[in-house]
Design a protein around this ligand. Structure first.
Ligand code: ADP
Ligand code: MG
Length: 231
């Protein structure tokens, strides 16, 4: 579905929360790379999709009522074969039904397991006085603990985006600290500009959360995304 179709469908259903699949489709249309993510309503379809995408895969609960999927036992990573996918499908369903008995579960999403990279978070929130602001930070435990993030008011250009990367305390981690793979700073900069352009062109989006994004020497990919629409 296109962005405008996804947005109008959500409005029709009086829904402000988009699923990860919907959020990634929208971000892809905005020019931001995301892992291919396909809905499987049944265990059999989860296997078919996994075989098409290629192992290893990740399975996640797809529910507009469960936005923090791990908390619900709704994420299983690094599944290497049919048996593991079938088992993960059942375990996610059981666990999520216990965690949130009233949740509408439309199925389970399947995506390729992304190779580990530097963990980044990017997003957009609305500030009461400044309106939409984009956010960049280091992901994983660091960002939760240190709140090592930078912000800019939308719209931003490449220079602003480059400054955002430069402002974080842990910026050394982007340049291949202690032999680790450096992050593609040019691509991360471009992603922030694309995020800002999308927000600027699309009224009615309240919040965007890409957490985590895996950055590599060559490129970066969004592995989880949440979008909230304005009420
Ligand atoms: P939550 O809703 O709990 O934030 P996520 O989709 O972020 O769920 O998944 C939890 C964690 O699983 C992520 O932080 C990441 O470490 C890992 N993960 C999720 N999707 C992938 C993927 N496609 N490839 C590799 N790791 C992934
Ligand atoms: Mg996440």
């Amino acid at each position: 579905m296109t962005t405008s179709q996804i947005l109008s469908q959500a409005r029709q259903e009086k829904r402000t929360v988009l699923t990860e699949i919907e959020a990634k489709e929208i971000l892809k249309e905005a020019g931001i790379d995301c892992t291919t993510t396909v809905l499987a309503e049944t265990r059999e379809k989860a296997v078919t999709v996994s075989e098409e995408l290629g192992y290893p895969v990740v399975l996640k609960v797809s529910s507009v009522d469960i936005s923090h999927k791990s908390d619900a036992g709704g994420v299983k990573v690094n599944l290497k074969n049919r048996a593991e996918v079938e088992k993960a499908f059942d375990e996610i369903m059981t666990s999520c039904r216990v965690y949130a008995p009233d949740a509408r579960i439309e199925g389970i999403s399947v995506q390729p397991m992304a190779r580990p990279g530097t963990e980044i978070i990017m997003g957009m929130i609305k500030d009461a006085s400044f309106g939409p602001v984009v956010m960049f930070g280091l992901g994983g435990v660091l960002v939760e603990a240190l709140k090592d993030v930078s912000f800019r008011i939308v719209p931003i250009d490449r220079v602003d985006a480059a400054e955002m990367l430069d402002e974080i305390q842990g910026k050394k981690l982007l340049s291949g600290y202690r032999g680790k793979e450096p992050a593609d700073v040019a691509r991360l900069t471009e992603m922030l500009v694309k995020l800002s352009d999308f927000v600027n062109a699309t009224p009615g989006v309240e919040e965007i959360d890409m957490n985590p994004v895996f950055a590599y020497q060559d490129g970066a990919v969004v592995v989880d995304a949440r979008i909230i629409l304005s009420a």
